[in-house]
Ligand binder design. Sequence first.
Ligand code: SF4
Length: 477
Amino acid sequence: MTKRSYTTVNPCIMCQPMGSALAFKGIESTMVLYHGSQGCSTYMRLHLAHHFREPVDIASSSLSEKGAVYGGRENLKKGLRNVINRYQPKVIGVATTCLAETIGDDVPAIIREFKEEEEIGDDPKKDLIIIPVSTPSYGESHVSGYIKTLEAVVRKFAEKQGKDRAIKIPNGKINLITVESLSPADVREIKEILEVIAEIYIFLPDISETFDAPLRDDFPKIAPGGTLLTEIEDMPNSLASLGLGIVSKNLALEFLEGNYSVPGHSVPIPIGLSNTDNFFTELVSILNCPIPEKYQKERGRLLDAMVDVHKYLYGVKAAVYGDPDMVFSLTTFMLEIGMYPVLVATGSKSRDFGMKIRQIFKEIRPELEPVVLDGIDFDSLNDAVSDCSPDILIGNSNGRYIAKVRDIPLVRVGLPIHDRVGAQRILTVGYRGALELLDRITNAILEATDTFTSPVQAKPATYTSKVTEEECIEGIK
Ligand code: SF4
C-alpha cells in the first residue's frame, strides 16, 4: 500500500517526549524538562497548547552545538536548578530527546550527581522527586513515551515501599491506568463512573483539571490538579488495576502485578457499546457490585439511538486512523453501528495491532475485508484512502487535507485537533460518549449526503435502466 517506503512524509505519530509530557502533566505539582535542544520543547509546547487551549510549560536543557560535542551534563544541571527556583515543583520529569540520546548522556547518573550536589533526598513526602525517562523520537512514538513514563512514575514511587514489599497495607482501592491519552472530558466521565461504582480509586494520569482548567484571577505556574503523589505511592496496596487499552502494553499495570501482586485486568478503551459493556463488567466483577441503574438507562438510550441511525450508517465506508488503542475501540464501534471500516490505520509500529483488528472483524463482521496498516505516515494514508475510497474519515485533524481533497467529511477524534476548538471537551468514552460520537458521525454523513429522508444505502450498487431516455420522455408526455 505504501508507495514511498524510503522516507517518512508527514508522520502519523508525534514525538516520544510529547507522550512523556502528556503523562507527567497528569500528576500533581509536576514540571517537565526536556533534555535536548530548545526546538523540541517549543514544538511540543505549541502542539499541546493548540490542542488543549491551555498554557503548557515545558522546560529545556537547551543543548547547543557545544553540548552536542562535549555532553549535556552541565546544561541539564542548570536546567534542573532553574526549574526548581522558578516553579518549585514536587516532581520533575526529565524526558530525553533525540539529541541527548544520540550523544549518549547518562541522564540517571547526572541526576544522581545533581541530587548529591544539591543535597536532595528521595523521600516523596518532603524531597523533590526527579524521574528520568528515555524517550528518543527515532525509537518510538508519543504512545510509547506515555506508557514508559507512567511505568517510570509508578516504579519511582513504589521504590520506597519496595524495600518491604511483602508488607502490604490493603487500601481497597482500584487503580485505573490508561495506555493512551484521553481527553479531559473523557477522564472526567470515567472518574464520575468510578465515583459512583468504586468510590475509592486512583486514576493515573489525571489530566481532567491540568489540561482543562477553569479561568482564575491568579495564574499558578503549575496547573492545579493531577493524580496526588500520595495516591501514586499507595498504588501497590490496591485491590486491583484496571488498564484501558489492549493493543499496547500497559507497563505500569504489569509492573504493579509483577512486583506487588496487584492483579491487572485490561479492557479496550470504553468507546462504543461492547467496549463500554466490557469496562463495566470488569469493574463490577472486581468490586463485586451491581451496575447502577443510571448506567443501564444510559445504555438503553445508546441502543435506541443506534437503532434510529442505523438506516443512515449501514454500509457507510470509513477510514479510521490514529493511536492504536483508540483506533481499535473506534473500529469496534463502527462495526457495531453497521459501518464498514474499509481502512484501519495507525502511525505507531505495533505487532499486535493488525492481529487485534482482524480479530474484532472476525467476531462482529467476518465477511468484511479491511485494509489494516501500522507504522504509516500521512502520505501513505493518502495513498490508502485513494485505493479504499471511504465515504468518511475518522481521526485526528491532521487528516483534514486528505478529506478536503476527496470532498468527504472528517469526524475529529483523538490527538491532535488543531483546526477546531473544544478538543479538551470531546467526549467519546462510556455510553454517553458513544452517543455523542454517534450523533457526530451521523450528522457528518447527513451533512455530506443531504439525504436525511432516505437511507444512504438505499440505492443499489449498480443500476442500469432498461428504459431509454426517449422512452422515458415519451412516457412522461
Ligand atoms: S524528532 Fe527528536 S529532535 Fe525532533 S522535535 Fe522530536 S524529539 Fe526533538
